[in-house]
Design a protein around this ligand. Sequence first.
Ligand code: EPU
Length: 433
Amino acid sequence: MDKFLIKGGTPLRGEVSISGAKNAVLPIMAATLLTADPCVIRRVPQLSDVRFMGEILASLGAAVKLDGNTLTVRADNVKGLGDYELIRQMRGSVCILGPLLARSGAAVVSLPGGCVIGARPIDLHLKGLEALGAKVRIDGGYIHARAGKLKGADVFLGGRCGPTVLGTANVMMAATLADGVTLIESAACEPEVVDLACFLNAMGAKIEGAGSPTLTVTGVKRLHGAEHDVIPDRIEAATFAVAAAASRGEVVLRGARADHMRAVLDKLRDAGVSIERSGQDLRISRRGRLKAVDITTLPYAGFPTDAQAQMMVLMTLTPGISVITERIFESRFMHVSELARLGADIAIEGPSAIVKGGRPLSGAKVMASDLRASAALVIAGLAARGETEVSRVYHIDRGYEKIDDKLRGLGARIQRLKVKPALKKAEPEAAEG
Ligand code: EPU
């Protein structure tokens, strides 16, 4: 288990290239199960979640090769059953359910339980697949799904907290090979869903409306291999943007998609951060004083829950009171108690965190609890006086490609320390993604 040692107080300066998006590549990898032909995916970030998904595909019978940032998958023989232990360890693996059902008529996937950020039900995924004709049974902590030929249907995927991203991905992938037309209402509009639809269409699927709440999928007999470039990671870009502002630096985000980041860029501007766009690059700098802003997380195109923890750090550094409301996951405030160790003044009131900002942070030993909380702790360490030690950085390696190398390239004083594993092997935790 590695940890980061950060010496704070150095403004980040320079350019950083934005990697391919984790949350786009995982369902795209699952989609390769829909064809026996080879698929080539480029701009694949080197992340532990990607390696995990690759191992899951291999356990289902696919040949998987990752060469730098290019992934080739050939799933000419697919089993409905993969390695239970692997599937159990990654929540994002639930998106193999739709492709497996469509391709081989059967799927067994571990039922994702709750995790540190919230309950994570999958009722909407199952409702959608059942509408297409799947028979679903939960047994021994696993979802057992069977289907003859799936049939197109009208499916409403809106839930208590709005649409579901991976649920939309699952139903959309299953519907590509169903008989007839599937209409998905209240579909997720996230750019990662659009990227998946582009890949599926390149494979020969007929999907219209991606990026809007109404998706129409006309089933086809078979899908063929395709090549695809994954979109830039809007959350990685948001994380570096906040880190630049929090450290009083000036950073160019190379290859960031500003059109995918409007809510985050709008809040940063409201907070007094300067943002200049030039082609595919975004220059983020902080010159003057910051202003406190209120933030509410919402489904796309609202402010993303995956950037909430990072923005909270910026608000701890900003004089005034900021109310940050989390509307997607009920307990995504694990970073709050760790930020308090650095001197942040944050109170949780129901779904909101009240941040009294403006006090300088000072370095401390903190523990990462989940992916985005870890990113927030790293940003806080960069902005704090003195030394911050962030343990359990395997959480951050799940979703940020070489974050320590990228930060060092911007002048940060961050070191990765190898920590000897404890003698007793701990039970693996299910990753939250
Ligand atoms: N929900 C239901 N029923 C369902 C599915 C979801 O009630 O069947 C609820 C959830 O409990 C939550 C809301 O709907 O309150 C939204 O959840 P969603 O299904 O959209 O989340 P997800 O698809 O499981 C993906 C990302 C998350 C990201 C969310 C929201 C991947 C692999 N994961 O999860 O990413 O936070 O969408 O944008 O794509 C991360 O990268 O750190 C991360 C957690």
